[in-house]
Design a protein around this ligand. Structure first.
Ligand code: PAF
Length: 281
């Protein structure tokens, strides 16, 4: 695996590779990231990864400074995964001057995560556009774990006519259902035991929504209450349609339930896609 730090080195290394799949990351790699790399390999003979903890997507009170940085272990993971190229710029490379030109993402960025993290998707979209320009890959893989991020990036690619295809990777889960995330390591041992409640609550809500037995708003409220009574602080539980994450119309069948909640000081997100059958008249 070739490791490059500058944009000039990246351009030179990229030129010698053919069709390329790109997986942008903030490092601290786990099996979920590796599954995205394997997904990339299904679409291109070469896979490139970036590791960059992007200050622009963190609010001042968030965990930018303590975000886990595990570069050596990450390199081992990438080598074992057969990754060809790693772009690991520092801030001076990607933001040599204050990044005053920013991407204004679609209105979707103001919903769900955007309600709690108002500038998050501006920061994500800006760095992803820069990384796409640097990497010049044919394909990029984003995990469904960050479902809204995947959608915001897809909308940016569509509206800016970016010459890159976005591929979605399935969420990797621990054996108890907890979605894999770098932030899981912030959980105490006791919190880790409870953390799979988020997934289980989504499963219960999904099952209820599939049957049409209850109004979706009622199911969302029940799920919020279930989390809050188990000691979580839920930011949202919301059922949206998969196509654009807008509120579902009565005939929408492809839906996704998304949630964000804090357990202690750790904020986790998760989601489940599902299909509901047509309502029986
Ligand atoms: O999902 C992430 O790890 C980050 O948001 C991304 C896409 C690498 C941008 O910094």
């Amino acid at each position: 695996m070739r490791i490059v730090r500058s944009i000039a080195e990246l351009r030179e290394a990229r030129a010698s590779l053919g069709r390329l799949a790109f997986v942008p990351t903030m490092g601290n790699l786990h099996a979920g990231h590796v599954s995205l790399m394997h997904r990339g390999r299904e679409h291109a003979p070469h896979v490139a990864v970036s590791i960059f903890v992007n200050r622009l997507q963190f609010a001042p009170h968030e965990d930018f400074d303590c975000y886990p940085r595990t570069f050596e272990a990450d390199c081992e993971t990438l080598r074992a995964a057969g990754v060809d190229l790693l772009f690991a710029p520092d801030e001076q490379v990607l933001y040599p001057q204050a990044q005053s030109v920013r991407v204004e993402p679609s209105a979707l960025a103001a919903e769900l995560e955007g309600q709690v993290r108002p500038r998050f998707f501006h920061g994500v979209s800006t760095v992803v556009l820069k990384l796409f320009n640097c990497m010049q890959a044919e394909v990029a893989v984003f995990g469904k774990k960050d479902y809204q991020q995947l959608m915001v990036i897809q909308q940016m690619v569509t509206q800016f006519d970016l010459p890159i295809e976005i591929i979605a990777g399935e969420t990797a889960r621990e054996t108890d259902g907890l979605a894999m995330s770098s932030r899981n390591q912030y959980l105490s041992a006791a919190e880790r035991v409870h953390a799979a409640q988020l997934y289980r609550t989504l499963c219960v809500a999904r099952d209820a929504a599939q049957t049409h037995a209850l109004a979706l708003q009622h199911i969302e409220a029940q799920a919020m209450q279930a989390l809050n009574t188990q000691g979580w602080t839920a930011d949202y539980v919301s059922i949206r349609r998969q196509a654009d994450l807008m509120a579902p119309a009565s005939n929408d069948q492809a839906l996704v339930i998304l949630a964000a909640a804090r357990l202690g000081t750790t904020r986790l997100i998760d989601n489940l896609e599902f299909h509901r059958t047509s309502r029986v008249a």
